[in-house]
Design a protein around this ligand. Structure first.
Ligand code: M6R
Length: 596
């Protein structure tokens, strides 16, 4: 996810402070970076690539001033190029803006500004902001009021910082994207995350949604966007600068598990109309395939299994293939669409399967997290899950957002009956995931079974891929043996492995036929003395046969899959933590697997 830094009052050290802050935000993932400094005018330097590339670019230009903003960009609108890197400017060059988030109404604002004679130089949604500020300034509005007025026209999510020529201040506002102020004698900072300025201060103020901040060398002021002053509490950061990057969490994985509500909101934003019961994926063009084939690996394969089931339920033939096996599988049939599900967009097996599909004449699509990734560039279509960068090797928030995105894709391509219920459940998902994060007793369950020989996970229908994913997560970060099964398969062999030292985690939602059958399978393992942990919404009587229950709220079975998985993520995480494993970088594994 993008990173913002702003700074006022560090005199000649302002530029170095900005670049240092950006380097502290690198963990968020980014593909371009830039800075802008304001004095009588605004000087700017930005480039695609890493902070080192920015340092190189800065060595051949001269930027002056003691007021500045900087940005690391993780592409959403437009590829990672110099032109799309932030900061963005207006036509006069007197305004510079950095932004995190997605401005949903940018197209209509851009059309309006272009008709009024503004010239745009990037593909980004952000660029509308400096031009809106420019118009306000041209009308004689004072700088601060001009920024407020421009921001009040935005819909979507944003953390924004702006500087204006001749004004010794940084202006900032947030809605659904974090911003925090850092305070010292004589200098004030602003950033997406504390690590950016933690080397200078431990005094911070967290901005809330709808708030606007003005930073001057001698102080700061926070107000609502329409100008009412807001009293803010100054917090003291407890952790040392060395712990930067994890926002206070012990591991990136735990941080990313906790980021799921926000990631899911970001995934859904601007794509669903709850009132109309529709999903808008029009930017993908006209997609009405006769069949869908998914290709993917690992966690993404589990999402693909879930996706294939979604399409089959909507009446479109669909299958999920392990990408590494695809070449030997059936060729694309008729007008099938081949969909690569891949967080990174760089997984060699998945790229190879997509290339094979194209060779056989299929249309292809990447469902991915990374704009500008190879899969996104090579496929005919790209659909972004918008989870934000994931640093822990174990996929967590990207699995949840893959499931949400696949629902959107299916609903956008079909006229499935019951779309309204699914959309309502998707809208409730971020809040329900938050509830599980707040209330889950997975840590206590992890403690109980930390010495188990083996862990088994079972589920049916949408909960089958969740069982597979629960087992993958467990083996990946704890190094313990774990297997996921379709509930009905246990009795066809794996039941021989079941003992009193092999806990069975059963995902059971609803009270229909599938739930009743899985409860039957649970009784089979209980009769063989295996401890049972039920992950359930309590609609069936599985709790009667369970030693522990991880509770879910009642919801649509498709949404329940994401909720059940959240408990299982926490279970694996806490088991691995108790065992002292290297959770973010498990042995032998890489985040992006670029060999076949
Ligand atoms: O980037 P991709 O989604 O294509 O990666 C595929 C797998 O390597 C990946 O999902 C892997 O299984 C996870 N990191 C496991 O947590």
């Amino acid at each position: 996810m993008c990173g913002i830094i702003g700074c006022v009052g560090r005199g000649d050290e302002t530029l170095d402070t900005l670049v240092h802050g950006l380097s502290k935000l690198e963990y968020r993932g980014y593909d371009s970076a830039g800075v802008a400094m304001a004095s009588g005018g605004v000087d700017l330097c930005k480039t695609a690539g890493k902070i080192e590339d920015l340092r190189d670019a800065l060595s051949s230009v001269s930027l002056s001033g003691s007021v500045g903003i900087g940005h690391t960009r993780w592409s959403t609108h437009g590829p990672p190029t110099n032109a799309n890197a932030h900061p963005h400017q207006d036509c006069t060059g007197d305004v510079a803006v950095v932004h995190n988030g997605i401005i949903e109404n940018y197209q209509s604002l851009r059309d309006e500004l272009v008709s009024a004679g503004h010239t745009f130089t990037s593909d980004t949604d952000t660029e509308v902001v400096p031009h809106l500020i420019e118009d306000e300034l041209a009308d004689g509005t004072a700088p601060e009021a001009a920024v407020r007025s421009a921001i009040s026209r935005l819909e979507g999510s944003y953390a924004i910082a702006a500087v204006i020529a001749g004004t010794e201040a940084v202006f900032a506002a947030r809605h659904d994207s974090p911003l925090v102020l850092g305070l010292t004698e004589g200098a004030t900072f602003l950033a997406s995350d504390v690590p950016a300025f933690r080397d200078f201060t431990d005094q911070v103020i967290y901005l809330d949604d709808g708030e606007f901040a003005r930073l001057d060398a001698d102080g700061w002021a926070v107000s609502t966007l329409d100008g009412s002053p807001v009293e803010k509490e100054v917090n003291v950061v407890e952790w040392d600068p060395e712990e930067t990057g994890k926002s206070g969490y012990d591991h990136y994985m735990l941080k990313e598990i906790h980021e799921q509500p926000r990631a899911l909101r970001q995934c859904l934003r601007g794509r669903v109309d709850e009132m109309a019961g529709t999903v808008d994926i029009e930017d993908l063009g006209d997609l009405s395939p006769t069949g869908v084939q998914f290709v993917a690996c690992g966690t993404s394969y589990h999402a693909a299994l879930y996706g294939a089931q979604l399409f089959r339920e909507a009446g479109i033939p669909a299958q999920a293939f392990l990408a590494s096996e695809y070449a030997t599988a059936v060729p694309p049939i008729g007008d099938a669409l081949v969909v690569g599900v891949t967080q990174s967009g760089e997984t060699a097996d998945t790229l190879s399967a997509l290339r094979e599909a194209r060779k056989r004449g299929a249309r292809t699509m990447a469902v991915t997290n990374v704009v500008g990734s190879t899969a996104a560039r090579e496929c005919d279509h790209a659909f972004y899950i918008r989870a934000g960068p994931e640093i822990g090797v174990a996929a967590s928030k990207t699995f949840s957002t893959q499931l949400a995105a696949l629902n959107l894709l299916m609903l956008g391509m079909t006229n499935e009956e019951g779309a309204r219920e699914v959309i309502a459940a998707l809208r409730e998902l971020p809040g329900n995931v938050q509830r599980i994060l707040d209330e889950s007793n997975a840590e206590a369950v992890a403690e109980t079974y930390r010495d188990a020989d083996s862990y088994f996970f079972i589920g049916r229908g949408y909960q089958f891929p969740v069982a597979l994913e629960g087992a993958l997560k467990m083996k990946e970060i704890t190094y313990k043996h774990a297997e996921g099964f379709a509930s009905g398969e246990l009795k066809h062999g794996p039941l021989a492995l079941v003992t009193e030292n092999t806990p069975v985690f059963a995902v059971v939602t609803g009270d229909g036929e599938q739930a009743r059958k899985t409860v039957g399978n649970v009784k089979e393992v209980e009769a063989r003395d295996a401890p049972v942990v039920a992950i359930t919404d309590g609609q069936s009587d599985v709790g009667r046969y369970a030693d522990h229950v991880l509770e879910l709220p009642e919801t649509h079975p498709r949404a329940a899959a994401v909720l059940a998985n959240t408990h299982l993520q926490l279970l694996s995480y806490h088991t691995a933590a108790l065992l002292g494993r290297n959770i973010d970088k498990p042995r032998n594994l890489a985040k992006s697997v670029t060999v076949e």
